[in-house]
Design a protein. Structure first.
Length: 300
């Protein structure tokens, strides 16, 4: 009996020891499983992050490819427009001004031996054609028609530092500049108009002012007084001998386009006036005796 009890107690103790070891092993397994689950969660998070980065990279690649394609199309268009401008811009002025200048130079040298070289050089420089602004004839014609019919709304800056809303227009034929109130009434110009052929320069507000002696100043004295530098891309000025006409627009890209058109208009008006002047000069020189004829001898 005692022996049976002892064996039963030993069996129970052994079972308890086995259960303890099993419980310990189970805890270790649970701990390992928890660590594995945590590592799996971290790996899944990293994989998700990598997938998101891969998606963004693909999207960025697609955007860059689209940008490259757009840049290629713009380059093609730019080359086509440049070629068209080079082909059509000659229609604005042609080569007659340069040919007339060459003829004048030749005749002036022939008929003006008595003239001081400095004076002759000054006269030739005054008659020399200016560099072209390439704008197509169709573009310029449409711009002139719009300015004659409707005009363009601007802020006109004054020497008193104030700016007023005005409508900038061209006279019939596009030869002269004037402005009126937005509603169409007469402005302070009192019906005056300013011939484009007499405009010395069309100067952007961001361009250097040559009248500012020894100083790096841009635009005109009126614009520097009336507006801040951050708005300079919106403005330009018509420079006349006795005054400036300073105007501001609302969009920088539109301002650049208008500046280009007005420069071309002024250039065309000056070229037209120069052709008339050169024709008059040629006629005068042709009717003036040569140096040999003045001395009573015919030129050989």
């Amino acid at each position: 009996m005692e022996k049976a009890r002892a064996e039963a107690a030993a069996t129970v103790a052994a079972a308890r020891e086995v259960a303890t070891e099993a419980s310990r092993a189970l805890e270790e397994l649970r701990s390992e499983n928890a660590a594995l689950r945590e590592r799996c969660a971290g790996a899944e998070a990293r994989a998700e992050s990598w997938r998101a980065q891969a998606t963004k990279a693909k999207q960025r690649e697609a955007q860059l490819l689209a940008i490259v394609d757009e840049a290629k199309r713009e380059c093609v268009l730019a080359r086509e427009q440049t070629s068209r401008h080079l082909d059509e811009s000659s229609a604005l002025h042609g080569t007659d001004a340069h040919q007339s200048y060459g003829r004048l130079r030749q005749k002036l040298l022939q008929h003006s031996a008595h003239m001081a070289p400095a004076l002759r050089k000054k006269l030739l420089e005054k008659r020399k054609p200016q560099q072209k602004v390439t704008v197509t004839q169709a573009e310029l014609r449409g711009f002139v028609e719009a300015l004659v019919a409707e005009g363009v709304h601007v802020l006109k800056h004054s020497t008193n530092g104030k700016a007023q809303k005005r409508k900038l227009k061209l006279t019939d034929g596009g030869a002269a500049l004037y402005w009126e109130k937005p509603g169409g009434g007469a402005a302070r110009s009192k019906g005056e108009s300013y011939p484009l052929s007499e405009c010395v320069e069309v100067r952007g507000a961001h361009d250097l002012d040559p009248a500012a002696q020894g100083k790096l100043l841009c635009g005109t004295k009126t614009l520097r007084k009336s507006m801040s530098a951050k708005n300079w891309p919106l403005a330009f000025s018509f420079i006349y001998a006795h005054r400036t006409i300073d105007v501001e627009f609302s969009d920088p890209e539109d301002t650049k386009l208008k500046l280009r058109y007005f420069k071309a208009l002024v250039q065309e008006a000056k070229a037209k006036a120069m052709r008339s002047l050169l024709a008059a000069d040629e006629e005068y020189i042709a009717n003036t005796p040569t140096n040999g004829q003045r001395n009573g001898h015919a030129d050989l």
